[in-house]
Design a protein around this ligand. Structure first.
Ligand code: HEM
Length: 507
């Protein structure tokens, strides 16, 4: 929140102050020891703790949790908010009482950018969400479906290697962040839409804008009375992004419908074909969904797949490459393992991945220190509940700070902040949602349904980039000098692009 916004808020609080005092006199607070909320700092009237979040809320919330504990209570505007920052507490919310916390809060971004929550990410818990999730899991994200697109991923990755070869030959500095961004957009487009779409650059920009908007603590969501003023400018940005994204999705659907009407025979349909067939087929295994799905639902589901797939994979790869460049010892160890496993092959194949155990540790460590979604996606409680002796009211917002958990020396020992893949040696900590110290994909009913695809994307690209090339930082920069600044949004990328110079390992 900027100083100007904060000043305007203070003026508003001052204006409302007499009214608030009057309410307090008319409706005195009843003290009931059974209604004790979790500990937390004291907040301001009207805005509560919104002003405390700062530019990097995941870091601020971690600092506060060190003072107030792993189950901390805040008030964001009028919304009771619980911040969870320990594996034990995360397990209580995401496993033991998962059924109570499996919903999502209503947010302006979901209403106005995500088609009124008609997809999956922002949809409240219930029959509609279950049907969409079942459809996506079975028809789009099953292991067999994802594996059937391996050839398309390989082709796009091959093209990136080719372009990096040229840069290596010319001794050029490469914008690794940008290259990886284009690659993940291309790989995703091929799988979702069957082709690289003409709007792909715009799509990439909009995805970053969406991540920022989605992660924002938008006053309209917390102090609805102030929403109309659009003090932070989010409403304006949501409208602009919504217009742009809708045009791209409309073009994609139109092209697919046109192809279908011309009877173009596609041996392997893409995601859009599969979703459109849901609407068109008379007898569907997803009968309930097929009956209600219309163009808006299709766009919302597609948007979930686009956003879920592109941004998260991109950011994870960018951070892992950054850590490898800061830790040449780890980079060399990984290169040696890959060489050992795939011997003279130029390309890492998806079938090699299960044999690359050090790569697995590198990816776990990267996702531990740099989870793509540091606060997961906000959950919401569906009923009043007592947790660990504290009262959590219905419709509380639940924020699980996995970024904070990764930095806690009580969980990861004194070297918690170091990039040290060896910590996973002989450990059976897995990142699929069963071990609560490491949940980059979330856990429970809302666990990421695209985990299998996400892990393939990340492992394949990282393995290929370090197998084909050695990497140096530009202008003689030493590994320790590489900045690791973050930029906040629903996903947290590097604040500055990663630049590096590749040299060919196998000329
Ligand atoms: C490295 C890659 C990825 C990471 C780190 C990641 C992470 C996450 C996280 C943290 C959540 C929120 C869990 C929660 O609310 O507790 C989530 C949800 C979701 N992800 Fe992913 N994800 C990745 C890849 C993907 C891919 C490839 C797709 C789809 C193509 C996808 C689609 C989704 C969807 C639809 C949800 C919402 C699930 C629901 O609300 O029921 N994700 N992901």
């Amino acid at each position: 929140m900027s100083l100007t916004e904060f000043a305007v808020l203070l003026v508003l609080i001052a204006a409302f102050w007499p009214f608030l005092r009057l309410c307090k006199t008319i409706f005195p607070k009843t003290s009931d020891s059974h209604q004790k909320p979790p500990p937390g700092p004291s907040g301001l009237p009207v805005i509560g703790h919104l002003h405390m979040l700062g530019k990097l809320p995941h870091q601020t919330l971690y600092k506060l949790s060190q003072k107030y504990g792993p189950i901390m209570s805040l008030r964001l505007g009028s919304v009771p908010t619980i911040v969870v920052t320990s594996p034990g507490a995360a397990e209580l919310f995401l496993r033991t009482h998962d059924a109570v916390f499996a919903s999502r809060p209503k947010m302006q971004v979901a209403e106005n950018l995500w088609y009124g929550s008609k997809g999956m990410i922002f949809t409240e818990y219930g029959a509609y969400w279950r049907n969409v999730r079942k459809f996506c899991t079975l028809e789009l994200l099953s292991a067999s479906k994802i594996d059937s697109f391996a050839g398309r991923r390989r082709k796009e990755l091959g093209m990136l290697v080719e372009s990096l070869r040229k840069s290596a030959g010319a001794g050029e500095v490469v914008d690794v962040s940008e290259k990886v961004a284009h690659l993940t957009v291309d790989m995703t487009c091929k799988m979702l839409f069957g082709e690289i779409i003409k709007d792909k650059c715009e799509l990439n920009e909009i995805i970053h804008e969406m991540a920022e908007i989605m992660g924002a603590f938008n006053i309209a969501d917390y102090v609805p009375l102030l929403g109309a003023l659009d003090l932070q400018g989010w409403t304006r940005r949501i409208r602009a992004a919504s217009k742009a994204v809708d045009r791209i999705l409309e073009n994609i659907i139109d092209d697919h419908e046109e192809d279908a009407s011309k009877g173009h025979n596609k041996p392997h349909g893409d995601f859009v074909d599969i979703i459109l067939s849901l609407k068109n087929s008379e007898r569907s295994t997803h009968e309930h969904l097929a009956q209600i799905v219309d163009r808006t639902n299709i766009k919302a589901i597609l948007l979930d797949m686009i956003f879920g797939s592109i941004d998260t994979s991109q950011i994870t790869i960018e951070w892992i490459m950054s850590e490898l460049m800061r830790n040449p010892r780890v980079m060399q160890h990984l290169q040696a393992e890959i060489r050992n496993v795939i011997s003279d092959c130029e390309f890492v194949e998806e079938s090699h991945l299960s044999k690359l155990t050090y790569l697995d540790m590198v990816v776990k460590e990267g996702m531990r220190l740099h989870p793509a979604g540091p606060l997961l996606v906000h959950h919401e409680s569906m009923e009043d509940i007592m947790i660990d002796g504290y009262h959590i009211p219905k419709q509380s917002r639940i924020i699980v700070n996995i970024w904070g958990m990764a930095r806690d020396p009580k969980i990861w020992s004194a070297n918690a902040e170091e990039f040290c893949p060896e910590r996973f040696m002989d450990s059976n900590i897995d990142l699929r949602g069963k071990n609560f110290e490491l949940i980059p994909f979330g856990s429970g009913r809302r666990v990421c349904p695209g985990m299998y695809l996400g892990l393939i994307n990340v492992k394949l690209v990282v393995a290929q980039l370090v197998h084909s090339f050695n990497w140096e930082l530009p202008s003689g920069m030493s590994p320790a000098e590489l900045d690791m600044d973050e930029m906040y949004g629903a996903t947290v990328p590097r604040a500055n692009h990663l630049l590096a110079v590749p040299t060919l390992r196998f000329p």
